[in-house]
Ligand binder design. Structure first.
Ligand SMILES: N[C@@H](CCC(=O)N[C@@H](CS)C(=O)NCC(=O)O)C(=O)O
Ligand SMILES: *[C@@H]1O[C@H](CO)[C@@H](O)[C@H](O)[C@H]1NC(C)=O
Length: 223
């Protein structure tokens, strides 16, 4: 392994990945310096394959040569290692369990349902749309009138969800949906998150994300 990988922090990532963006936001919140390495998923680096032999997916965080995989696990690892900065997870065990529950809910639901919104057509797409609104409504209910999911402080659940906000435009355009009309409080929360430097400098223009999805549509032969 090269010297740079044995020392410090390296992130194997892909610009548009909401999973990778979670890690970038967490590293920025903690003020960690790291080397960002863009992967080409059509031709993965030997380091990626060696570091994540099970899934062979980005993101991977290399800390002093040791790989950590899976974005939510990486964010929790970052929280534990750089514990001298403001915590991302609450201290109370019950509150931690709740935060993990919602992050897990986001993981199980948003990406998969969102993918159906741009990949499918007709009735299947309508079904996905109904489900997507239900998912967002549940999340909006959990947010309630709080500033962030972690009440006054930006934290774990916010980090799990916010990268998907730059995909909302794509979902809306592909499926004929207005996220703001359905869940206005959630959209207001996303705007609040965007005021944080860690988020603003990590997320991409929703139109750029849409262009990327158009490229994916071509690749998968979706109309
Ligand atoms: N559950 C994983 C998901 C990561 C993931 O889906 N990564 C995608 C890019 S967004 C990937 O590397 N795909 C490459 C492949 O499947 O070959 C996480 O949270 O880190
Ligand atoms: C894949 O990447 C390797 C190393 O970065 C390079 O040498 C090789 O030519 C690439 N293969 C293709 C098919 O692009």
């Amino acid at each position: 392994m090269a010297d740079a990988e044995m020392k410090g922090v390296v992130l194997l990532d892909l610009w548009v990945s909401p999973f990778g963006q979670r890690c970038r936001i967490a590293l920025a919140e903690k003020g960690v310096e790291y080397e960002y390495r863009e992967e080409n998923l059509a031709n993965k680096s030997a380091l990626l394959v060696k570091s994540n032999p099970v899934h062979k997916k980005i993101p991977v965080l290399l800390h002093e040569g040791k790989p950590v995989c899976e974005s939510l696990i990486i964010v929790q690892y970052i929280d534990e290692v750089w514990s001298d900065h403001a915590p991302l997870l609450p201290a109370d065990p019950y509150a931690r369990a709740q935060a993990r529950f919602w992050a897990d809910f986001i993981d199980k639901k948003i990406y998969e349902c969102g993918t159906r919104l741009w990949k499918l057509k007709g009735e299947a797409q309508q079904e996905a749309k109904k489900e997507f609104v239900e998912i967002l409504t549940l999340l909006e209910g959990e947010l309630g009138d709080k500033k962030y999911f972690g009440s006054e402080t930006f934290g774990f659940v916010d980090i799990a969800l916010i990268p998907f906000s730059s995909w909302f435009y794509t979902y809306e355009t592909c499926a004929g949906l207005s996220v703001e009309a359905e869940v206005p409080k959630l959209v207001a929360w996303a705007k609040r998150c965007m005021e944080r430097e860690s988020v603003a400098k990590t997320l991409y223009d929703p139109h750029k994300v849409y262009e990327f999805v158009l490229f994916l549509k071509k690749k998968y032969g979706v109309e």
